[in-house]
Design a protein around this ligand. Structure first.
Ligand code: HH2
Length: 290
């Protein structure tokens, strides 16, 4: 149980061969996120955006109250909760869609799980807050473990790997084992290679090209490429909101290479693209992911 099955089993939406790719809609309740900072700080605007993404075909809404863009600084748990709880509670009253909470803070995770969140998305893979593992062991939620080299403040200074994919795979094996030791069943875990988190352009490209190797972990794979800086480097487009076509292209390739969940800002565009890909995928095509 990853938390992805709890509310909405197969709604008959698009699949890549037999495996349905889920869309996770990004909702940043922050003043400073890299692409939509300040737009959804007002709770009503945030709930409205979540409902809009649900109507556009999101499977999960990922709510975050702390920007993790390169160079960003921490937001105290109390402030994260002040931003998140009114939005989470109001959304819960109006939708059964899965909600994940993007936080590294155990106190935030605990309060949001109490208010109806289904998944905790921790970009530190439970390394930041020593209480996080215990909080999650007591819960039944899904858990996203993301890879990051360094911290958001320092991660883009000089990222280095021997072999970026092999190093991240080894990292996940260690983190999955640590979770199991802490009482969090591996069945609840999802892995995310953390595009842009302590990675150069070449590292990001290598991860996306070799995404199939992550299937060896036998866990759902989450990928977040949406509007990110590496797409700006590839296309020359400096404005994140204008990287939609680049985001959809990279997202679809990730889905074809085994991604289970795409974390995106532009649900309608990704949903349309997935519908076309599904129609063009030969019936009965064998799924290569375990
Ligand atoms: N990317 C961001 C934040 N959280 N979580 C996961 N699991 N994977 C990602 O790739 C990921 C993430 C950064 O994007 P965004 O939330 O739009 O920006 P900001 O951190 O500036 O709020």
């Amino acid at each position: 149980m990853t938390g992805c099955e709890s509310h909405k089993p197969g709604t008959g939406g698009p699949q890549l061969s037999r495996r349905r790719v889920r869309l996770m809609g990004v909702l940043n309740i922050t003043p400073d996120s890299f692409s939509d900072g300040g737009r959804f700080l007002d709770p009503e605007a945030a709930v409205g955006r979540a409902l809009e993404m649900a109507a556009q075909g999101a499977d999960i809404i990922d709510m975050g109250a702390e920007s993790t863009r390169p160079g960003s600084t921490r937001v105290p748990p109390a402030e994260q909760l002040r931003r998140l709880l009114p939005v989470l509670k109001a959304f819960r009253e109006r939708s059964t869609l899965l909600v994940s909470i993007d936080t590294q803070a155990a106190r935030v995770a605990e309060a949001c799980l109490g208010a109806g969140a289904d998944i905790i998305n921790d970009i530190s893979a439970l390394r930041h807050d020593r209480r996080m593992a215990a909080v999650l062991a007591r819960a039944r939620c899904g858990v996203i473990l993301m890879h990051m080299q360094g911290t958001p403040r320092t991660m883009q200074d000089a990222p280095r790997y021997d072999d970026v994919v092999a190093n991240i795979l080894a990292f996940f094996r260690r983190r999955i084992a640590a979770c199991e030791r802490a009482g969090i069943s591996a069945r609840r875990l999802m892995v995310d290679p953390g595009i842009g988190f302590g990675k150069t352009l070449q590292h990001n490209l290598a991860i996306l090209r070799r995404l199939r190797e992550f299937a060896a972990l036998r866990r759902p794979i989450v990928v977040g490429v949406s509007r990110k800086n590496f797409l700006g480097l590839l296309t020359g487009e400096p404005v994140p909101e204008r990287r939609v076509a680049a985001s959809v292209t990279a997202g679809l390739l990730a889905a074809q290479n085994g991604a289970t969940i795409l974390r995106v800002h532009d649900i309608a565009e990704h949903r349309a693209a997935l519908r076309v890909i599904e129609a063009l995928t030969p019936a009965g095509a064998k799924e290569t992911q375990p």
